[in-house]
Write a protein that binds this ligand. Structure first.
Ligand SMILES: [Zn+2]
Length: 474
């Protein structure tokens, strides 16, 4: 897709107030780099390069978008993946209209989810126009002038993803005017375009089994992508891997057609499964490097298959294998105190060669958790707690290494250990535990560990997602 956006000289007529105009096309990561190296100065003795750089800095300082300017020449008419700027005699071969000052040429790449992304944006400026650089009204001392800086601001707005604004005052008005700086509408437009995640509830992904639903009131794709017309429901889960892991995601439903999407930290989808041919379920496997990710559970706008709809309950199972224990989400606490504690957990059936969360009843399991204590808490007298929960009950490890049923009436939680807190504390839930020997053929258990200080025993520091174990028959 290729699109030309022209800024013309014609003065705009007034029209009803409207919000900023965006199609939803945007840069992944809310950042782009422009290359400019134009010789010379305006009649007011300001270099074209510095005026362009100032315009780029205005967008960076006032919005959520980051524009970087590199002082190197790149031909704006070449499809080279680099964003160039130059004065030209034609729009890369096509004549400028009689009143065209500048044109932004945008190139797009389609996205799995939402509108196409912007892949390149080049700016050509009509070299037959006599530019100057100045602030204030465009008529100076009775003579109309053309301020290069506000043209650069306008064209960079297109490059970022804004379309023309015919309502409220905006640098993105279709025609040049007396506005010489970004307006509230321009800033609101960029922030709305790049802040789609704020439209949706983002939940930590449990590496285990989750039951959820896509239904009225949930986030819709056009909200998440801040544009487009995909109004299918979507749940947004975030997870971080501290080590590489092999992942398998399975979404099953009796009522909705399942779609699974994996996105990077910039919300760029890099893998998906919509299982268009079989039942209503979806599975996705991926080998992921350490880093931050989003898993999106989604469905279709219109039913595709007779037996599957576009809303309802679903079950999600996240399976992993890793050479290392996994990070257990962001630190949390009972009373809201913020800590820098870090929590890791691992379940291994091969003495620590690999870790995972789905095992068979005959596997011999070691289940351990490690806490990197907040440095401010190290050296203080405190305690550790360790809990395991299934759908029926919660049990807590006591100081004899045995599990006790959680008693909500008890004054304090059963403690696994009293100690002076070190830098790293380790808690073992089980060694060589064989579920079949306990008569267990299938079970789901969530393990949670935490610690507290004797100085404030009601505050317990723990983790955002449990260490989850799924035992299922082979
Ligand atoms: Zn324009």
């Amino acid at each position: 897709m290729r699109q030309l956006l022209l800024l013309s000289l014609i003065l705009s007529c007034t029209s009803p107030a409207a919000a900023f105009e965006i199609s939803g096309s945007k840069w992944p990561g809310a950042a782009a780099t422009f290359y400019i190296n134009i010789e010379g100065f305006s009649p007011s003795s300001i270099s074209w390069n510095s005026a362009f750089t100032q315009a780029a800095n205005d967008w960076t300082q006032e919005t959520d978008f980051d524009l970087t300017v590199v002082n190197e020449y790149r031909d704006p008419c070449r499809d080279d993946g680099a964003n160039g700027v130059d004065f030209t005699s034609t729009i890369c071969g096509t004549s400028y209209g009689a009143k065209t000052l500048a044109v932004t040429i945008r190139k797009f790449q389609s996205e799995v989810l939402g509108p196409a992304r912007i892949a390149e944006a080049d700016i050509v400026i009509n070299q037959d126009v006599e530019y100057n650089i100045f602030d204030g009204p465009i008529v100076q001392f009775g003579v109309p002038g053309l301020d290069f800086r506000r043209v650069a601001l306008h064209e960079l707005g297109h490059a970022i993803g804004l379309d023309h604004e015919s309502g409220p005052p905006a640098i993105m008005a279709p025609n040049i005017g007396n506005l010489d700086r970004l307006q509230a509408d321009d800033i609101a437009g960029v922030n709305a375009l790049y802040d789609g995640l704020s439209n949706c509830t983002i939940r930590p992904l449990k590496l285990g089994a989750v039951n959820d639903a896509l239904s009225a009131g949930d986030c819709q794709v056009f909200e998440l992508t801040a544009g487009g017309d995909d109004n299918s429901f979507v749940d947004v889960f975030q997870f971080a891997l501290s080590s590489p892991a092999s992942m398998r995601f399975a979404m099953t439903s009796e009522s909705l057609d399942s779609v699974l999407l994996l996105a990077d930290a910039n919300l760029s989808v890099f893998d998906f499964d919509d299982n268009a041919f079989a039942d209503c379920d979806s599975t996705l496997t991926a080998n992921l490097a350490a880093g931050s990710y989003y898993l999106l559970t989604n469905t279709f706008v219109e039913p595709v298959k007779d037996d599957c709809g576009t809303s309802g309950d679903y079950a999600l199972t996240v399976q992993y294998t890793s050479a290392d224990p996994v990070a257990l989400g962001a630190a949390s606490s009972f009373l809201g105190d913020v800590s820098s504690a870090e929590f890791f957990g691992g379940i291994s059936a091969n003495n620590g060669i690999s870790y995972g969360n789905v095992f068979t009843p005959s596997d011999s399991l070691d289940i351990d958790a490690t806490i990197n204590i907040d440095p401010a808490h190290q050296g203080q007298p405190g305690f550790l707690v360790a809990a395991a929960a299934n759908s029926n009950e919660i049990i807590l490890l006591n100081q004899q290494g045995q599990f006790e049923l959680y008693d909500p009436q008890a004054g304090q939680l059963t403690r696994a250990r009293e100690l002076v807190l070190g830098a790293t504390e380790r808690i073992s839930f089980a060694n060589d535990l064989v579920p079949a020997e306990l008569g267990i053929s299938a079970i789901e258990v969530d393990f949670v560990v935490g610690y507290g200080l004797h100085a404030n025993p009601d505050e317990i520091y723990f983790h955002g997602t449990p260490l989850s174990l799924i035992v299922a028959p082979e």
